[in-house]
Design a protein around this ligand. Structure first.
Ligand SMILES: Cc1cc2nc3c(=O)[nH]c(=O)nc-3n(C[C@H](O)[C@H](O)[C@H](O)COP(=O)(O)OP(=O)(O)OC[C@H]3O[C@@H](n4cnc5c(N)ncnc54)[C@H](O)[C@@H]3O)c2cc1C
Length: 234
């Protein structure tokens, strides 16, 4: 069984976010290397209708190098358990989790000099974590598809990016394929967030000649209102 770890809440910055926004510090485990792009499984301690403890994945982002401090953000989900649990935590509370897990980072063998990143809604957390792993000589275009406010304040997103990274804010209803019209096989594509939108982008890029090794994604959830047919219309 995976080891349970704890992090202490340093601050709950929910008032700066449309959802939950937590600054955390790992307790113990000084040798554990935390990296953006990986995720942890949060154990809420709360039971669902079947009496099982609710556990959910959340991406680490804005990990401060050389420290055990990191941020988590969760979009508010109507009737969701974990997203509201995270929003309720206060300074000094403890968060129990397993991990970190995952391989959503720049692969050692990658040679592209350009990355196009698409963050759909809450996927901005995973994308910020990923972009922290991209080599400094690689150009980055980040497209952030979000509702009006966005899960994170735009200023915080910019702070997590390097100056060489270009950020393009979009509405969630915008068609991401418009931004991918000029994509070509010389670039890498990464995406995080809602699954139907991500898959639509991946299919479009496969048709443009990108191979599987150049396509990386982290699906957070699948919107039930966004059938493939609706996603095809944007
Ligand atoms: C690898 C990974 C990393 C993740 N990282 C993050 C993260 O950093 N931040 C984050 O907010 N979420 C993240 N998620 C999603 C997260 O794990 C939860 O699914 C989400 O917070 C909802 O949990 P809940 O218990 O509140 O609601 P649930 O009871 O799990 O969900 C209720 C319903 O809402 C849908 N749903 C889930 N998320 C959303 C959403 N954002 N918008 C609309 N509908 C949604 C679910 O598909 C489900 O149908 C990640 C998921 C994965 C797999």
């Amino acid at each position: 069984m995976a080891e349970h770890r704890q992090a202490r809440v340093l601050a709950n910055l929910s008032d700066e976010s449309r959802g939950a926004l937590l600054a955390l510090e790992l307790e113990g485990h000084p040798d554990l290397v935390l990296k953006g792009g990986r995720y942890i499984i949060v154990h809420t301690g709360l039971e669902n209708a079947e009496g099982k403890i609710v556990k959910r994945a959340y991406s680490l982002f804005a990990v401060k190098p050389g420290t055990q401090k990191f941020f988590l953000a969760a979009a508010p989900v109507a009737a969701g358990v974990a997203s509201h649990y995270l929003g309720s935590l206060q300074e000094g509370d403890r968060l129990t989790f397993t991990g970190p897990w995952g391989r959503f980072h720049w692969p050692a063998e990658a040679r592209e000099k350009k990355v196009v990143a698409a963050a759909f809604g809450s996927g901005i957390t995973g994308i910020l974590g990923y972009l922290a792993s991209v080599p400094a000589d690689c150009a980055v275009d980040l497209y952030w598809y979000k509702d009006e406010q966005g899960l994170l304040p735009a200023a915080m997103v910019r702070e997590c990016l390097s100056e060489a990274h270009a950020m393009h804010e979009r509405s969630l209803s915008d068609d991401p394929l418009r931004d991918l019209q000029n994509a070509g096989p010389e670039q890498r594509f990464v995406a995080a967030g809602e699954g139907h939108r991500i898959e639509r982008c991946l299919n479009f890029l496969r048709a443009k000649g990108l191979i599987e090794d150049q396509l990386q994604s982290e699906i957070f959830y699948r919107s039930q209102d966004l059938s493939d047919a609706k996603a095809d219309r944007g």
